[in-house]
Write a protein of this length. Structure first.
Length: 318
């Protein structure tokens, strides 16, 4: 009996040691990604996705995950697991992180000249796509009223930015005061998109500028401090999502999320007639995806446009 107990403890110790070894590789990869200039949020996602592979392998009975073996023989099986468990967009995001890891591992783990596993995207059925959630004008007004009644300066600035700039949640969390530039009549945010290695200037309207001024811009101008500090540095995505949902509930609205506010910004721009290519450059989304997702907004004036084309030709002929 004592020998059996000892063996159980030895097996558990070996499992813990092997998991620690696999995580050391993840730590090396993440450190390298940060050194290459990737955002902290991107690296956090990479870490989470790679640790998920460790758990997946353990659930299959592989308590001693070896990354080299996984890259040689397990990638396709794991891709199938993602395809079955997650929606296409989520699975492809996780696969994008795995591709980044594979590129690093080709140099750091695999033997020189060894074939690099290919990881194709998971095809998404366009007919299965769900219409994005965005707020209509009445819902937007109700949300803004709820923010004003709450009286919290940080929350007000956060919602104004999400609603009127289309920022991603990760970009909001990583925002620094030095990225904010406000004058008497104009304001811009400088957002660095590591995935494309570009900096984008996002214009700020009067409501956003005033919310940032009230939050402390005059005193914090040019500082490296986060605009939205959390308990241990910058605010977290989970906290932003929780606050946004709670505000939506205060306003009597359902499914109000940071992503819904980003969709609302896009919908507002399209309704105002802004070219989807300009919106694409502004937000980092592909123009064709915008057209596909927001077809009802883009195409609702098609009849009017066709009539105007005919009128123009008739005038020219006359």
């Amino acid at each position: 009996m004592g020998a059996q107990v000892t063996m159980v403890f030895m097996d558990q110790a070996a499992e813990i040691a092997n998991a620690a070894s696999a995580r050391k590789v993840i730590n090396r990869f993440c450190h390298s990604a940060l050194e290459r200039g990737l955002s902290t949020n991107t690296v956090k996602n990479y870490r989470s996705d790679l640790e998920e592979i460790i758990r997946w392998a353990s659930s299959l009975g592989d308590k001693q995950l070896d990354w080299a073996t996984f890259l040689r023989h397990g990638v396709e099986e794991y891709r199938g697991h993602l395809r079955r468990r997650f929606r296409g967009a989520t699975a492809n995001r996780k696969l994008a992180g795995l591709r980044a890891f594979v590129e690093w591992a080709a140099v750091e783990i695999l033997d020189p000249g060894e074939p690099i596993p290919k990881i194709p995207r998971i095809e998404i059925d366009p007919t299965a796509w769900v219409r994005p959630r965005w707020l209509n004008q009445d819902e937007q007004n109700r949300l803004i009223d709820a923010v004003r009644l709450l009286g919290n300066k940080q929350t007000r600035a956060m919602i104004m930015l999400l609603l009127f700039t289309g920022l991603r949640t990760s970009e909001l969390c990583e925002l620094r005061w030095k990225d904010v530039h406000i004058t008497e009549r104009r304001g811009v945010l400088i957002v660095h998109r590591a995935s494309a290695d570009i900096e984008v200037e996002l214009p700020l309207n009067g409501l956003v500028r005033q919310s940032l001024i009230d939050l402390g811009y005059p005193q914090k101008k040019g500082a490296s401090d986060p605009v939205f500090p959390g308990r241990s540095g910058q605010l977290t995505r989970r906290w932003v999502e929780m606050i946004t949902r709670q505000l939506g509930e205060r306003a009597g609205l359902s499914d109000v999320t940071p992503l819904a506010l980003r969709h609302t910004f896009i919908a507002n721009m399209l309704e105002l007639g802004v070219n989807p290519v300009i919106i694409s450059d502004h937000l980092g989304d592909r123009a064709m995806d915008l057209l596909r997702y927001y077809a009802p907004l883009v195409g609702k004036d098609l009849t009017v446009a066709v009539e105007r084309m005919a009128e123009k030709l008739e005038r020219e002929d006359g």
